[in-house]
Design a protein around this ligand. Structure first.
Ligand code: ZN
Length: 216
């Protein structure tokens, strides 16, 4: 099997796993990954994460020309904004995951640091997550907002919509977006219960020890 075909299989396998665990539903969510030749594989528009077909993923060449497969997700500008601003990005995943969407609707979340510092892994895998405003789905302004972050964030939360996370490869991006959703769930579970969070020194220790991107 070629490296590209392995990547196609991996995208569909991980997407199905996310779907089967209820992390996105219906035809929501989209995923993309860099191919070995510098192109992109992208989930098709209107496709369901539970039933992606490896052979029908949208294929783009290194100049971002659509060269095969079905038509891509309408959120392409969101994906290309990450690839253009983060050279190390090898994959981008977007979900409509319930708990992170719920948390994005609450009045007192910090837009610059959407997730409270509840667990070390959220800090290590996501850095600070920026909460972006409400956009119409497919609005190119979403991509512009991500470009405005100048590559300093690997994870953003689209308010009332869902998270978008870039990683070095498909597995890393999926792991990180799962961490985001799990942390949002913890935030909701412990909300109003005065949970003990990581303090500033503990966050700082993680940031320096694990070389986390953490722009102040
Ligand atoms: Zn969406």
């Amino acid at each position: 099997m070629t490296a590209e075909n392995r990547l196609r299989e991996q995208i569909c396998l991980l997407a199905r796993s996310l779907f089967e665990r209820g992390l996105t539903h219906g035809s929501s969510g989209n995923i993309s990954a860099r191919t070995p030749d510098g192109g992109l594989l992208v989930s098709p528009t209107g496709s369901c994460f539970g039933r992606l077909d490896p052979a029908r993923l949208s294929r783009f060449d290194a100049e971002l020309r659509h060269v095969g497969g079905d038509r891509p997700t309408k959120e392409m500008p969101l994906h290309t904004a990450f690839y253009d601003t983060r050279r190390a990005a090898g994959a981008v995943v977007h979900l409509h995951s319930c708990h992170s969407v719920a948390l994005s609707m609450l009045p007192d979340v910090d837009p610059d640091n959407f997730l409270p510092p509840l667990t070390p892994y959220a800090v290590m895998q996501l850095g600070k997550v920026r909460l972006l405003p409400i956009f119409r789905p497919g609005d190119p302004a979403m991509g512009k907002a991500v470009r405005g972050l100048a590559g300093k964030r690997s994870a953003v939360m689209l308010a009332n919509h869902g998270p978008v996370v870039a990683g070095k490869d498909v597995e890393a991006a999926c792991n990180a977006i799962e961490e985001l959703e799990a942390t949002a769930r913890l935030a909701l579970l412990t909300r109003g219960l005065n949970p003990r969070m990581l303090d500033a020194a503990q966050v700082r220790d993680l940031v320096t020890t694990f070389n986390v991107e953490w722009d102040e």
